[in-house]
Write a protein that binds this ligand. Structure first.
Ligand code: SF4
Length: 230
């Protein structure tokens, strides 16, 4: 396990941020990423019944576990409005959360399925759906203050699971930590002050179809989190 040092003058979890930086959710029409705002607008015209807006976090702010994904999937969270809901990645994520008691109820791929998270919250490094699931570095940076505010407003936070390299690096920066000291690796655990950062390959269909990530590898990450949190 690596222990990561802090970048001077950057916020870290548990330290107060200025009120202006504590905005956890962007506006429905957030204009900060022109490319993504245009993509969103086109999706609204094409699919007016879909959510097609920045997807808010799911779960209570007093949870000890935060899961950080990459960005909403076009036909998943972008369609339904709840992170990881409605596409393949959600099938594996929610099944695993249910198995390790970080969720209760029945996942039915709908935001009104009654599923609730237990001591767990899910957010994304980028809140708007990007073309081909690939946000640009500037877009990841523009959305990071919302992730930083989400982290900073979770007073009991003890564990973060980063799904993929982009989520890992953006989370480190949101925590004000040096990314070079904590390279991404599936199964790696990094101590970041009072918070442990657990890395996992993203639970995307591509990663599971190619067996970059197996359900067992994914379960092992959450087994460690459950063992650490008790
Ligand atoms: S990705 Fe984030 S910063 Fe960019 S437009 Fe969407 S909500 Fe705003």
């Amino acid at each position: 396990m690596t222990t990561i040092s802090r970048i001077e003058n950057e916020p870290v979890s548990g330290q107060p941020l200025p009120a202006a930086l504590l905005r956890t959710d962007p506006d429905r029409n957030c204009p900060l990423c022109p490319r993504l705002a245009g993509f969103r607008k086109a999706a609204r015209a094409r699919e007016p019944e879909w959510f097609n807006s920045p997807v808010p976090s799911f779960g209570d702010g007093d949870a000890r576990l935060l899961i950080v994904g990459l960005a909403p999937g076009l036909q998943g969270a972008n369609r339904t409005g709840r992170p990881f809901t409605g596409d393949f990645a959600g099938d594996l994520l929610y099944a695993t959360l249910l198995e390790y008691r970080f969720a209760k109820g029945v996942y039915q791929a709908r935001p009104d399925d009654g599923l609730t998270l237990v001591d767990c919250r899910i957010s994304n490094a980028v809140r708007c759906v990007p073309p081909q699931n690939k946000p640009l570095p500037a877009e990841i940076g523009s959305c990071r203050p919302f992730l930083a505010a989400t982290i900073a407003t979770m007073p009991r936070l003890r564990a973060i699971v980063a799904l993929g390299r982009v989520a890992h690096e953006s989370t480190l920066k949101a925590l004000g930590l040096r990314a070079a000291a904590a390279p991404f690796g599936h199964g790696a655990i990094h101590q970041a002050g009072a918070v442990k950062l657990y890395d996992s390959y993203h639970c995307s269909r591509y990663n599971t179809n190619t067996r970059v990530l197996t359900p067992e590898m994914f379960r092992n990450v959450f087994a460690k989190v459950r063992a650490d949190l008790g």
